[in-house]
Write a protein that binds this ligand. Structure first.
Ligand SMILES: Nc1ncnc2c1ncn2[C@@H]1O[C@H](COP(=O)(O)OP(=O)(O)OP(=O)(O)O)[C@@H](O)[C@H]1O
Ligand SMILES: [Mg+2]
Length: 351
């Protein structure tokens, strides 16, 4: 399917940069040869826009100190991206290329001159003479800002991807394609953004971004207790280092995760009502906020569906000579985007 050398996966998120590099051995055995994590100060990236580019470049410089392989795959934030599944008459890829702009104009609320566009035929239905096409449009300005940042840090960006597809890449590599007739949901809950990607019949059937994530929990703790963001963050992640958490904290966390689980349940219900496909049988959760057990429990209860955290060790084994397994384990839930990026090759064959 693909050939060439693996790229270094670099996930520049609003709370931290995550880096993964994979080595592929004989028989397709994949090893995580490098893992990097660099926290970013708050307000570095706001609503998907890089406000403090110096902090990002400094982080990249540290992560790539003395590194030779600088061919990277990056992710652009969902804030500046539109993903649409559209239905079109059956046609050849060449015909589609000619028609796609006209079609995109009906579906994309941005000026086409301002977006980078990509598409993929998902499914062809010969009987109805129709096909489903996945259309992706990212604002050029955001893509350019991101690549300029990478170039400033002396990196060579080769691929730009989205959270939804990178997590899907990791999931499919670790868990295999869901069996025909089975529908699963991939839910990636980061600091500022939550991305839902429902997989049915082996492809993306529905995606939705929810502008909510771990930051909301931290902000609520901060507001309720009248403390600093750093203290609130420490309490949220399990204590102040001495294992002490004010007794209000679990209730505040519970309230916010209930809201988030409610939004997820409404998205799943909407999908079920509009797609005509079967019910979601399992939700696979990732992103830093997946570490909050109350969120997993709330999703299970509200959506009446099993939920579990994605295990990246199904995709790669750790090389303990270069990656500390304990450090990786602590960040495992945050790694699927960078891992999915690191699975990309520098000379990938597209359709
Ligand atoms: N052990 C933990 N317990 C609770 N929350 C955690 C834990 N570890 C990380 N988080 C939270 O996860 C979030 C960071 O996750 P992640 O790294 O996936 O986000 P990001 O990629 O930086 O942000 P985004 O993609 O939304 O811009 C933060 O809100 C952080 O507080
Ligand atoms: Mg993220």
């Amino acid at each position: 399917m693909s050939e060439g050398k693996n790229l270094v996966g670099v996930d520049i998120g609003s709370s931290s940069i995550k880096l993964c590099e994979i080595k592929e051995g004989r028989g397709g055995k994949r090893t995580l040869s490098r893992f990097g994590y660099h926290p970013l100060p708050s307000q570095t990236i706001v609503d998907g826009h890089v406000i403090n580019s110096g902090a990002v470049v400094e982080g990249l410089d540290k992560l790539f100190h003395k590194q030779k392989n600088r061919d990277v795959a990056l992710r652009v934030s969902g804030h500046s991206v539109i993903i649409k599944k559209i239905t079109m008459p059956l046609m050849t890829p060449a015909e589609l290329r000619e028609q796609i702009n006209w079609e995109a104009e009906q579906h994309i609320p941005f000026d086409l001159a301002e977006v980078e566009m990509d598409w993929q035929i998902l499914q062809q239905r010969q009987e109805q003479r129709q096909m489903d096409v996945l259309l992706v449009a990212a604002k050029k300005e955001e893509v350019n800002d991101l690549t300029n940042l990478a170039v400033e840090a002396k990196l060579k960006p080769k691929v730009i991807d989205l959270d939804a597809f990178t997590v899907q890449n990791t999931f499919e590599m670790g868990y295999g394609l869901p069996a025909m007739g089975t529908t699963v949901a991939l839910l990636h809950v980061g600091a500022s953004l939550t991305t839902l990607n429902i997989l049915s019949q082996g492809t993306t059937a529905f995606t939705r971004d929810i502008a909510n994530g771990g930051n909301t929990i931290t902000e609520e703790i901060q507001r309720n207790l009248g403390i600093s963001a750093e203290e609130a963050e420490a309490y949220k992640c399990g204590g102040d280092g001495r294992g002490l958490v004010p007794r209000e904290v679990p209730d505040i966390v519970q309230q916010v995760v209930e809201q988030l689980a409610g939004e997820i349940q409404r998205s799943l219900d909407f999908y079920l009502a509009t797609s005509g496909e079967g019910e979601v049988s399992k939700v696979y959760v990732s992103g830093g906020t997946a570490n909050i057990r109350a969120l997993i429990d709330a999703i299970e209860k509200r959506a009446r569906v099993q939920a579990e955290v994605i295990d990246p060790l199904r995709v790669v084994s750790i090389d303990p000579k270069t990656v500390d397994p304990a450090i990786f384990q602590a960040r495992a839930a945050q790694s699927p985007v960078a891992l999915g990026l690191a699975l990309r090759k520098d000379r990938e064959k597209t359709q």
